[in-house]
Design a protein around this ligand. Sequence first.
Ligand code: NDP
Ligand code: 2IT
Length: 460
Amino acid sequence: MSASFSTTLPVAPEATREPIQAVLDTVHARNPHEPEFLQAVHEVLESIAPVLEQHPQFVEGGILERLVEPERQILFRVPWVDDEGRLRVNRGFRVQFSSVLGPYKGGLRFHPSVNLSIIKFLGFEQIFKNALTGQGIGGAKGGSDFDPHGRSDAEVMRFCQSFMNELYRHLGEHTDVPAGDIGVGAREIGYLFGQYRKVTNRHESGMFTGKGVQWGGAEVRTEATGYGAVFFVEEMLGRHGDSLAGKRVGVSGSGNVAIYAIAKAHQLGATPVTASDSSGYIVDDAGIDVGLLRQVKEVERGRISEYAVRRSGARFVEAARPWEVPVDVAVPSATQNELDEADADALIGNGVRAVAEGANMPSTPEAIEAFRRAGVLFGPGKAANAGGVATSALEMSQNAARQRWSFDDSEAKLRSIMKDVHDAAFDAAERYGHPGDYVVGANSAGFERVAHAMLAQGVI
Ligand code: NDP
Ligand code: 2IT
């Protein structure tokens, strides 16, 4: 299948379009069964034409050809025994995409949908997101098709131990530093870190981020992605003399990112009215009660419908997505491609002003195009959810220095990092002739940094 350009993204002159198209064609030919990876590559390559125009050395240096091929891909068997004594076998992945700016860095996802395409799209995105933070971290992603839902703690522990029995040899504080993602939270990180410590006989704090704050974890890492996404909205609105105060906010998901996006929206004077999981969404016009949400999802590991049972005035809508609810700001924070063109049209029809992606690639390309056409402020995941990995880098710094920073200092650092990420994307969009387009801006600013480093370090 030949790749094609979308119509309203930067249209480059022939000299730039040809090499981009050639790389896209190769990527399609080599990875025909990886739709999510192809989607992520298209989004980046189609938006950086103006960068290549101004820097022909990036084309001559073969930057694109190298960037779309991971430096290393690790696929492995994860055998474990369930509580009934039955043998189970899952598949483990770690795709180490780029170490040009620092050790490989990116989360682990445990979800039944995980496959190579999903891990590669996430790893590819991570390169540019991490570059955009300005910190010295490369890009990677990993995980498994293991589903922790409904598994006992003992089963999750045995699975994590088996997973780490293989992956440990590819990790290390200067080599590759995982963190959480969907299905990998405090419990899983504890078991994974513990097994790494046992098999290596090293207490190497900086080899994993998102650890418990009692044993090397950084303050604010748990909150960072959700808080950061909301800070990003505040920055986008601020550029237009507006703010979050008094706004209705629609959030999807009810996991780590969603919960803390909802909490920060409250703190900044907005009213977060929705949350969801894979069974449906809740709407609570009085504003989501964060304490009850955390009780249902974090403590009881229950379903979001339970929230509506216990909270008067809230209702649960089964098998639907929250984008039909009128809001001023949307923060999709569940998973990839959870907001399509029809959802975007519904949000636009209801007057949405800003969208910030808490999740990775939650909006389909058609939805992004609809937001663009309608002039909605749109913060792509690479920028809007970069607060999580940026705070992971702060955790690595604290581990290396054997320091522990306070919650308030760490939150102030996150706030300032999100402003810098916003400004880097905003300025790059202007510099490359697409003012206000944060997709072009974030991709260009991240790509520039990676490409300069790759040129300087030679063909490796
Ligand atoms: P969690 O596992 O804590 O929560 C995931 C939430 O999304 C759950 O509510 C889950 O519902 C829902 N969800 C997951 N898969 C699907 C699906 N296929 N359809 C509908 N709902 C789904 O994960 P996180 O909050 O950590 O991650 C959410 C998103 O944010 C992901 O895209 C992740 O890559 C991204 N992200 C996370 C960061 C982090 O620091 N944690 C950093 C940057 C981005 P259910 O329980 O029903 O599956
Ligand atoms: O997608 C992401 O940025 C994450 N899941 C967090 C990665 C990290 O290393 O903190």
